[in-house]
Structures are given as structure tokens and as C-alpha cells.
Design a protein around this ligand. Structure first.
Ligand SMILES: C[S@@+](CC[C@H](N)C(=O)[O-])C[C@H]1O[C@@H](n2cnc3c(N)ncnc32)[C@H](O)[C@@H]1O
Length: 314
């Protein structure tokens, strides 16, 4: 696994484009989040969803301006969506794209003797690194079990738990960049690192906020977006029904009324077949209800939940 320290703290210009792309792909593929999901997002994964969205809005003459992409992961598919919107609607269309994700950033805790631990906001370890030898702490392949991975993992997590308790770090998150601490006579540095792709074309205009959709913040986002997209997050595999409904209600309240558009998508990956995107575009009508305006490949599985939401009134 590529060390977060090596990859995230060097300027992207340190590598040529092809090397950076290869390293980034490997790094995100191996980074396992506490939920068990990886941070990987394939470039081009949502291309058919982007095209579907344009097919839906172009004949209507609508020109939405304020976009929110929820669960952007590394931001690659958000960046591609922006490119497709710019190409179709013109660079001067004055679009604003906000992104959100549970884990858009992490913290690199650096101890003496070359020990580094990449952690999330709750101080859960995402990567252990000893002198550049990095490990996510996850046991993902059958071969990992043969090398005693679960034992190493339990050991590493146990030790990390003791270290965090000893340092009394837990209550100190969120951390600020480059915060010096002293531990066992040595200097411990904590620095914030972005988990967004370093190859985003529109990185300068894309604003990505940290948010758990199930514990939402940003009250100022109520009614603030013409279009909200959520791809590969709101699915019964990941959340129980009540949580799904709760997340959908949050999204509905963030749409401009009437006429705001909610685009839900899911990439279906069946063994032996190429990935296939399913999507439904919903429109917030005058009565405050979300109605289906278009479907790609049959629409998303959670469509009945969306259609059954109580009307949104402000
Ligand atoms: C599979 S990626 C989806 C990336 C992108 N939308 C796509 O389809 O290519 C899932 C992302 O959801 C984020 N996530 C998981 N739970 C979340 C939550 N409760 N609120 C916001 N984001 C969440 C994860 O951090 C991860 O980056």
C-alpha cells in the first residue's frame, strides 16, 4: 500500500501525470474507511448518469445553477460531472458545485521513529505506516488471513487505542494543521490532509464540505440547490430503511422549491458483466412532493421511498 505520508504530503508536481494517476488509484483503492467501503471511485463511472441528466434537462430549457453532489468520495466523478455540464451548458453558465462527504479529509499523526497513523475525525485508524511500509489494517483477501492479518489488526488497533488514550488526543479533534504534541519525550505532529483527488480539473471551484448526511449540518443549505445528486450511497445495502428516509428528507429540504431536481444513482456491478448505472431524476413539484421525472435503466431501488416522502413545506 502507498504510504499516505509519501503520497499526500508531497506536491502533485512531484510525479508525472501517469505516475500520479497510478499512485492515486492504488492509494484510494487500498484506503478502507471505517464503514468497510474503500475510497475508490473509478474515473468515468458515472458517465452514463451525466449524459442521462443532460438528456433530461436540455429539452426543458431549464438552466440550473446551484449543484450539490453528496458523497463525492475523491471528487473524481464530481469533477467529471462539472466538465460535462460546462460542455453542454457553456463555461459561462455560472454554475456552482458544492460537494459533501463523510470523509473528505483525514489527519496524519506522526510519531518519532518513523511511525505514522492516518486517522479519521473520530481517530479511527485508516492506515498504519512504519518507515514507509504502509498497511490499511484491513484484511480484504483470503491470502491476508493466511498471513495472520486479523491478529495483526487486533494488535495494531489495540495499541492505537492505548496510544490515543495515553495522549488524551481523543477529545481534541477536530485538529488544526501541524499541531505539535509531545509524547514519550518525542515530538508528535498532527497534520490535516485532504482525501480528495489531486488531479481534479475543477479543483479550484469545487467546494467540498465534511458532512454525515445522517447527522446533517449546514442549515443554510435549506432550499439552496437547484440540483442535488447522490450516487452510490443511498441504498438498502448500506442503510436501514428509516435512515434512508431520513437522508432523503434532508435532501428534499435542500432543494429549491418548486422545481428542484434530485438525481439518485447507483452503479450495479454484477460478476461477468460491465458495470451498469441505474438512476432516477425527481422533481420537487408545486405541492412540495418529489415526483419521478425520468429513469435510466429502470431507475433506482429507493424510488418508492422518495415518492412516499411527506410534502416539503417551508
Ligand atoms: C462509493 S463512494 C461514492 C462516490 C461517488 N458518488 C460515486 O458514485 O462514484 C461512497 C462515499 O460515501 C461517503 N459516505 C459514506 N457514508 C456517508 C454519510 N453518511 N454521509 C455522507 N457521505 C457518506 C464515503 O465517505 C464515500 O466517499
Amino acid at each position: 500500500m502507498i504510504s499516505a505520508h509519501r503520497f499526500l504530503t508531497q506536491p502533485p508536481e512531484s510525479w508525472d501525470d501517469a505516475t500520479l494517476a497510478r499512485m492515486e488509484r492504488a492509494f484510494f483503492n487500498d484506503l478502507v474507511l471505517p464503514s468497510g467501503a474503500t475510497k475508490s471511485t473509478e474515473a468515468g463511472r458515472l458517465a452514463t448518469v451525466d449524459a442521462f441528466f443532460l438528456d433530461q434537462i436540455q429539452p426543458t430549457g431549464l438552466s440550473p445553477r446551484r449543484f450539490l453532489d453528496v458523497a463525492v468520495s475523491s471528487g473524481i466523478t464530481t469533477d467529471e460531472w462539472l466538465s460535462s455540464l460546462h460542455t453542454a451548458l457553456g463555461e459561462t453558465a455560472g454554475l456552482s458545485m458544492t460537494g459533501s462527504d463523510l470523509t473528505p479529509k483525514a489527519w496524519l499523526v506522526e510519531f518519532p521513529l518513523g511511525l505514522r497513523v492516518l486517522v479519521d475525525r473520530a481517530m479511527r485508524p485508516l492506515q498504519f505506516d512504519l518507515g514507509g511500509l504502509a498497511w490499511s489494517g484491513a484484511c480484504r483477501r483470503p491470502s491476508h488471513y493466511l498471513t495472520g492479518c486479523p491478529v495483526w489488526r487486533a494488535l495494531a488497533r489495540g495499541l492505537w487505542g492505548r496510544v490515543t488514550a495515553e495522549l488524551s488526543l481523543a477529545g481534541k479533534f477536530p485538529l488544526t494543521a501541524d499541531r505539535p504534541l509531545v509524547c514519550l519525550g518525542g515530538r508528535v505532529t498532527v497534520r490535516e490532509v485532504s482525501l480528495l483527488s489531486r488531479r481534479l480539473r475543477h479543483g479550484a471551484v469545487l467546494r467540498v464540505e465534511e458532512e454525515d448526511l445522517m447527522a446533517p449540518g449546514f442549515p443554510e443549505w435549506a432550499g439552496a440547490f437547484d440540483v442535488i445528486r447522490v450516487a452510490n450511497l443511498l441504498h438498502p445495502c448500506y442503510f436501514p430503511l428509516e435512515r434512508l428516509k431520513q437522508g432523503l428528507e434532508v435532501l428534499a429540504r435542500r432543494l429549491h422549491a418548486p422545481g428542484g431536481l434530485l438525481l439518485l444513482a447507483r452503479t450495479v456491478e454484477a460478476r461477468g458483466a460491465p458495470p451498469r448505472n441505474e438512476a432516477t431524476l425527481f422533481r420537487l413539484d408545486e405541492a412540495g412532493r418529489l415526483v419521478a421525472a425520468g429513469r435510466l435503466n429502470g431507475g433506482v431501488e429507493v424510488e418508492p421511498l422518495v415518492l412516499a416522502l411527506a410534502p416539503i413545506f417551508r
